[in-house]
Write a protein that binds this ligand. Structure first.
Ligand SMILES: Nc1ncnc2c1ncn2[C@@H]1O[C@H](COP(=O)(O)OP(=O)(O)OP(=O)(O)O)[C@@H](O)[C@H]1O
Length: 639
């Protein structure tokens, strides 16, 4: 059946042209609306996709219509000649499935439609599947005989990837006795929570038992879901428990969701986040759809008598093995990873060099049903452009000089499993077309061969580049970008999650002490201070190197010390070389120092005649990849 398109455009000639192009390409145009009011009538007929001009006749703009389309889950593409930044920002916030700047070519329109439909289908389909899973898991809890506080603990684990929170609580309103009975969990890691009963609520708020109960009793009961942000003006009402929590634990936003339990009782679920503006109508809509199971789970009056359990940390499952940290930015990224892992959706991991993109890719594979099949990694920057096609897709015997025998490519090797395309931003344009074909057709051809080979491979790509900029500069294909960007996950740089520095430092210190068989005597005060105030341009990889160096050069009796200043990399002090690790370490430092000195000589220039790559006689992409691995940043060279 042809896809049904609605055109919302007040310029008659453009609308007519669009209709002709669309019908020629096999789409069914269900109508042309010139205003929001006219569009409303067509939207009720549920088009598959809407082409939407931003400026329209009448009171409503295209952006107003877009908000409705979003809630109705209808795909839409903006068509606009408007480049006003403010309007573009507002348009972006409605999460369009595409954007075309007028005037555009027929070809651009058809590609945009194709991509928009693919993106919409994938995101909607996966959202629905995930929501179904969520409902089933919540309903499943009913069958388990769990203590009330265990129940909220399990609800927390199930909800965390859908509604981001740093704290979740549940209380029954109104409170009858002068007794505080709310329970809560503070998120301390991926699937790790600290229990909060009356004692913990009192400790963090500094309130007496009776004062806390009084606050809850005097807070106006809520009957409708509500979102509050810490920057909301005009707080002239009575202090509520949410205010106490937001102030004491410095939360920036909260979402209150009441469910009626009958007999005048309401269960109040409350989600708190350290991020301002973390909650929106989509979260409320999701909770509304889950009212039944949430009601049944809270409806047990035993909740009222939740025993005060001592604070405990509990790790449910080590799903993200070896990923250290509990900053909310990291945890939100891991939530997304856990959500996407079970499906075949392509994933794009974004983040600066050394933030853990590869590590997260490995975890996603391990969490997917493909875990018993291979995970094949390929660094697109490290392979010379002339070899990359045969590396990825394999070659026939004699396909080129040196191809002495037929060889399988990485895609075939990864069949049934996952391929991790690291530094995807470095992929030459000619290869980008071929990769797009694999994504669309799920088949490859050997270099020098003509037979097509079916492959079943899930793609996880990663980059430290801003791909949108690369697209704008013509270095990356827009269609491939959209295909890969179905599920983006951004890993925060270490300087944006400073609270994890200590945890990571201890983790690496202990790891290397074990590896080099040295007792761990702690980290010296000056080293800890320096690490906490440093910006870590090379992120976790740089920290790992720093700790490795400190352990290698430590005498096993004193606490670890910094062996070089963190801001720059001065020439290494001469050290006694006793083990193979010492040799490897010094080799790496020497290579790092040599590359830095060449880069300083070329004033940071890598490519072109007399660039660092030419002087070092290596490929520029290989040099960039080496720099990333050795934690060298052009910005930090001081040239
Ligand atoms: N959260 C973490 N906990 C512990 N170790 C980590 C964490 N994140 C990354 N690492 C370690 O830091 C190093 C760099 O991580 P990784 O190679 O995954 O980064 P990357 O973002 O893929 O880097 P690049 O962009 O340079 O390829 C690895 O040794 C990895 O094991």
């Amino acid at each position: 059946m042809p896809k049904r398109i609605l055109i919302v455009e007040d310029e008659f000639i453009i609308a007519n042209d669009l209709q002709l192009i669309l019908e020629k390409a096999g789409y069914a145009v269900i109508g042309i609306a010139v205003s929001g009011e006219e569009a409303d009538a067509f939207i009720s007929r549920k088009p598959d996709l809407v082409l939407l001009d931003i400026r329209l006749k009448g009171r409503q703009s295209g952006i107003d219509i877009a908000r409705k389309l979003r809630t109705e889950h209808i795909a839409f593409i903006y068509l606009s000649a408007n480049s006003n930044q403010k309007i573009l920002e507002a348009a972006k916030a409605t999460e369009p499935d595409g954007f075309l700047v007028k005037p555009f070519r027929e070809k651009d329109l058809l590609i945009a439609l194709d991509i928009a439909w693919y993106r919409h289908q994938h995101s909607l389909e996966s959202k629905l599947r995930q929501e179904e899973q969520l409902r089933k898991r919540l309903e499943g809890l009913r069958e388990e005989s769990l203590e009330p506080e265990q129940k909220l603990f399990r609800i927390a684990g199930i909800m965390q990837s859908f509604i981001p929170f740093d704290f979740i609580s549940l209380g029954i309103r109104p409170m009858n006795a002068e007794q505080f009975t709310d329970v809560g969990y503070r998120r301390t890691g991926f699937n790790e929570y600290q229990f909060f009963g009356e004692h913990e609520f009192r400790t963090i708020s500094g309130l007496q038992k009776s004062d806390l109960a009084k606050i809850v009793k005097s807070s106006a009961p809520i009957s409708k879901p509500a979102v509050c942000n810490s920057d909301a003006a005009g707080r002239n009402r009575e202090l509520s428990l949410q205010d106490v929590m937001m102030n004491s634990l410095r939360f920036q936003s909260c979402l209150l969701f009441p469910v009626s339990l009958g007999y005048g009782l309401t269960a109040q679920y409350c989600f708190y986040s350290s991020k301002n503006g973390a909650y929106n109508n989509d979260h409320i809509a999701l909770l509304n759809r889950l009212t039944m199971p949430l009601q049944e789970l809270a409806g047990n009056p035993v909740f009222l008598a939740a025993p005060a359990v001592a604070a405990h940390h509990e790790a449910v499952a080590p799903v993200f093995k070896g990923i250290i940290g509990n900053h909310h930015l990291l945890l939100s990224a891991l939530d997304l990873a856990a959500q996407a892992a079970p499906y075949n959706t392509s994933i794009l991991i974004l983040g600066e060099s050394g933030t853990g993109k590869e590590k997260v890719a490995i975890c996603i594979h391990e969490l997917s049903p493909r875990k018993h099949k291979p995970l094949v990694k390929i660094n697109c920057a490290a392979i010379p452009p002339t070899l990359i096609e045969s590396e990825l897709f394999g070659h026939e015997k004699g396909a080129f000089t040196g191809a002495v025998e037929k060889r399988k490519g990485k895609f075939e090797l990864a069949d049934g499993g996952t391929i991790f395309l690291d530094e995807i931003g470095e992929l030459p344009l000619s290869m980008q077309v071929k990769l797009l074909r694999v994504l669309q057709e799920k088949e490859i051809e050997h270099v020098g061969g003509s037979a097509t080979i079916k492959v079943d491979v899930r793609i996880i790509a990663a980059t430290n580049r801003n791909l949108e900029n690369e697209v704008a500069q013509g270095n990356f294909r827009l269609d491939l970008y959209y295909r890969l960007n179905v599920f983006p996950i951004t890993l925060p740089p270490l300087r944006e999650r400073r609270s994890d520095i200590e945890l990571l430092a201890l983790y690496f210190a202990e790891k290397f002490c074990k590896e080099f068989n040295k007792p761990f005597q702690g980290i010296s005060g000056p080293m800890a201070d320096a690490m906490l105030s440093y910006d870590w341009p090379g992120n976790i990889r740089e920290m790992e190197n720093v700790l490795e160096q400190s352990v290698v050069l430590n005498n096993g009796k004193d606490p670890l010390e910094l062996k070089r200043k963190l801001a720059q990399s001065p020439a290494p002090e001469r050290q006694s070389i006793q083990t193979l690790e010492d040799v490897k370490y010094i080799q790496r430092q020497t290579e790092r120092d040599y590359i830095i000195s060449v880069l300083k000589q070329t004033k940071g220039r890598i490519r072109g005649a007399s660039g660092a790559a030419e002087i070092l006689n290596i490929n520029p992409s290989t040099l960039e990849s080496k720099m990333a691995k050795l934690g060298i940043r052009k910005e930090g060279l001081d040239v």
